[in-house]
Design a protein around this ligand. Structure first.
Ligand SMILES: [Ca+2]
Ligand SMILES: [Ca+2]
Ligand SMILES: [Ca+2]
Length: 499
């Protein structure tokens, strides 16, 4: 066996029509081998075929459908065969998206390709594409049966905004192929991410108290004069399994009651307290009156707000709700007015600590509104609604959409309410009982010291007295006995009549 290498300019790699263009040197390799003996050339015919394994569903676009989170592995079955003469320096190249991670060959690959694939490398001119090269042989002879291998790719980290994944498989060699068009195969898989995001809203305090003096907005100079602080957190969880690259949370925020008076006054924009993202809010709703925000050591309570100092107050006000009424302030039923703001939260994986993001809202309850209009209400509840949705057009399927919405409530409690209905803490009762007991013990000790309880033992003394009287000894204790039983001694009679 011997090889003959001939060097020509652009005769083979440049292709027809390019001959003579430029001075680039290419190499034509001719072989004095069996295959060349007949006609002086080795003309091969490699055929590549490939398909996805285990993908049974088809997308709307007619491509195989992969569900990220359900289909964790993507399996690509590749067939290669040589239908003609020897192929020299034959390689099989598999290009795939770098969102996938190559996980090796499945068992059962043909002998020829079982150990012949190299490590994935980034493609030179496309950095979002990886290439695996499998060496087929030099030469790669005509084979009676196809060579096959199944390549596994880990699809767990495919972002939800990826809608398709492309594969390109190509057989290359240095000699001529009869039908180059079947030497390559392009495949597309459509990607659908499956996961479940959940929105949970919570207030830090389930009751906010109003009371004290009524301050109109013109005389409020400090944040704490507005009313107590309302803090609320909205948490988005990605329950998995797919990663969610972007969700949008919309909060319907009740800022005023229907007569136009302030309800919750927001001084600063909500923030993303945990996780990646930001909130977008119409700034014309922020600190409309221009009240000086509290910068440090801010009290959550309103200025001068102490439960004990409130006096029941009565106002005559046409807006005042009926005495004893139960009020719900809720934009969904038209009893409050809301503005909407949105927060975009990013990169929620299903992994712990990366699977949640938290939005923090701070606002002040407008004390004056409640003093004026809701003083005589039996109960006032404020409701705030929010919902989460996928932010972009990515194909993401949620396994549960019932948990995409949530509502938080808090009660607004006035001075009249907690005078009548406010419970007393258990420890106050305990202290009161203990003090009462202590007082009783003290009283008993004092009474005992002063001999109060000795009167009860008069009976004993009476017995003694009786005996003594018989023996004519002592009269002192007899006297005590007499006093106790209102016994009036009759002259000449020394003994009691009865006991
Ligand atoms: Ca030949
Ligand atoms: Ca071919
Ligand atoms: Ca959901």
């Amino acid at each position: 066996m011997c090889l003959l290498y001939l060097f020509k300019s652009n005769s083979f790699f440049g292709g027809e029509g390019k001959g003579g263009v430029g001075e680039r040197d290419s190499t034509k390799v001719e072989f004095t081998k069996e295959c060349a003996e007949d006609d002086g050339e080795c003309i091969t015919d490699l055929v590549v075929d490939a398909e996805f394994k285990d993908l049974t569903e088809v997308s709307k676009g007619g491509n195989p459908l992969m569900k990220v989170g359900i289909d964790n592995d993507l399996k690509l079955s590749v067939n290669i065969e040589n239908k003609a003469e020897h192929a020299y320096d034959a390689n099989l190249m598999v290009e795939y998206s770098n969102h996938l991670e190559y996980a090796g060959l499945e068992e059962g690959a043909s002998e020829r390709v079982r150990f012949s694939c190299g490590d994935p490398v980034a493609k030179e001119d496309k950095n979002d594409t990886m290439v695996i090269t499998c060496f087929l042989g030099n030469p790669y002879p005509p084979v009676p049966a196809k060579d096959n291998m199944v390549m596994r790719f880990d699809a767990n980290r495919v972002p939800a905004d990826v809608m398709t994944l492309s594969f390109f498989i190509e057989a290359t060699m240095t000699n001529e192929d009869l039908s180059p068009e079947d030497n390559e195969k392009s495949l597309i898989v459509d990607v659908e991410s499956v996961t479940d995001v959940q929105l949970d809203g919570a207030v830090t305090k389930s009751q906010l108290f109003f009371g004290g003096v009524i301050r109109g907005e013109s005389i409020i100079s400090k944040e704490e004069e507005i009313g107590p602080l309302m803090q609320q957190r909205w948490t988005v969880f990605n329950q998995g399994p797919a990663m969610v690259d972007e969700v949008k949370v919309t909060i319907d925020f009740p800022y005023e009651v229907t007569n136009g008076k302030w309800l919750l006054y927001m001084l600063e924009a909500p923030v993303v307290e945990k996780g990646n993202g930001s909130c977008e809010i119409d700034e014309s709703y922020l600190n409309v009156v221009g009240i000086k925000p509290c910068k440090s050591n801010c009290s959550e309570k309103a200025i001068g707000q102490k439960r004990e100092t409130y006096d029941p107050v009565e106002y005559s006000n046409p807006d005042q709700v009926d005495s004893g009424s139960v009020v719900v302030l809720d934009c969904e039923n038209g009893t409050a007015r809301c503005f909407k703001f949105t927060c975009i939260l990013r990169d929620l994986t299903a992994e712990q600590n990366e699977n949640e993001a938290i939005i923090l809202i701070k606002a002040r309850l407008w004390n004056a509104t409640f003093m004026e209009d809701y003083l005589t209400a039996k109960k006032v509840t404020v409701r705030i609604h929010g919902y989460v949705e996928m932010a972009n057009n990515s194909i993401i399927t949620q396994t549960n959409t019932n948990n995409d919405r949530d509502t938080t409530n808090f009660d607004v409690v006035g001075p009249n309410l907690y005078i009548s209905g406010g419970g007393i803490s258990w420890w106050i009762i305990l202290v009161a009982v203990l003090l009462g007991l202590l007082l009783l013990i003290l009283l008993i000790v004092i009474l005992w010291k002063f001999g109060f309880f000795e009167r009860k033992t008069g009976y004993k003394y009476a017995t003694v007295t009786q005996k003594n009287a018989e023996t004519k000894v002592g009269t002192e204790k007899r006297q005590m006995y007499d006093e106790m039983y209102n016994y009036s001694p009759v002259p000449g009679e020394n003994q009691p009549h009865q006991l």
